[in-house]
Ligand binder design. Structure first.
Ligand code: HEC
Length: 107
């Protein structure tokens, strides 16, 4: 009986957690962004560190970019590779986009 109660409580906590605060790191991971964006080293795309530097104090612009409403400021010549990824971020809610932008800016 005790076991049942514990798992019910854990289940509720998970549901409440995802409804309250979107997890930027989790979104970044689940959408596969890390395949091209490494923490500090440039790979296919700019590193998270470089993205954070380029968008310092410009969270609104970063969110616009992820919505497909702003032009790339970092590496426009390679935007073709990034462009197809925006289909994933455009589908996110405002709260999820904010969490994702926060994660990238505070990396
Ligand atoms: C297939 C590789 C690839 C994947 C996967 C990828 N990106 Fe990119 N990304 C790039 C490349 C290449 C650039 C450089 C072109 C550019 O600046 O738009 C870039 C640039 C960016 C930039 C800088 C935009 C600017 O102003 O220039 C951001 C922010 C970004 N990516 C976020 C993301 C997020 C969030 C995800 C996951 C949903 C993601 N990327 C997935 C390749 C990728």
């Amino acid at each position: 009986m005790k076991k049942v109660i514990v798992s019910a409580v854990v289940g509720l906590a998970v549901v409440a957690g995802s409804a309250m605060a979107a997890d930027g790191a989790g979104i970044f991971k689940s959408k596969g962004c890390g395949a091209c964006h490494k923490p500090t080293a440039k790979s296919v795309g700019p590193s998270l560190k470089d993205i954070a530097a380029a968008y310092k104090g410009k969270e609104a612009e970063l969110i616009k970019f992820l919505r497909g409403e702003a032009k790339p400021i970092m590496d426009p010549a390679k935007f073709g590779i990034m462009k197809s990824q925006l289909a994933k971020t455009k589908a996110l809610s405002d709260a999820e986009l904010k969490a994702l932008a926060d994660f990238m800016l505070n990396h």
